[in-house]
Design a protein around this ligand. Sequence first.
Ligand code: PNS
Length: 161
Amino acid sequence: MKKAIYPGSFDPLTLGHMDIIERSAKIVDELVVGVLNNSAKNSLFSLDERVSMIKEMTDSIPNVTVASFDGLLVDYMKEIDATIIIRGLRAVTDFEYELQIAQTNHVENPDVETIFLTTSLQYSYLSSTIVKEFASYGGDLSKFVPQRFIERIYAKYNIKK
Ligand code: PNS
């Protein structure tokens, strides 16, 4: 039984995240999308909003669940009995940071392994930060996030389309 976690801030969930969720759900038996409750980070969407948005998009994938966590990822993984971390790698710029986190987590708990999926080419430029920047100027989000989130994202910037 291979139980994995795909951790992140998901503020908001992008099509790039969805791509990683769909592909990794085919590799592992059970996938938990773990939304970080990071009170220090000024997030656009509340923790509850982010969790429910991901639930809306993953409801139809039978081996995917969504949960929030705070504190260290390795501690939460012990709690839920998961041993695999899934992360997406977009470009070489992601690599150093991701390598550091993966190695730290592995030192903390040698049973924990990180699997990196390279993002699909069409999403290699995409990040939640870019989505927010683009949205704040009323840019077209249809290629970046699930259609049903577009209005909700604009609403955060008081933009009506
Ligand atoms: O989507 P993000 O913001 O790049 O995700 C980062 C995340 C949530 C994977 C990372 O910040 C994390 O795991 N935070 C929890 C604290 C922790 O365990 N840090 C890693 C060891 S330094």
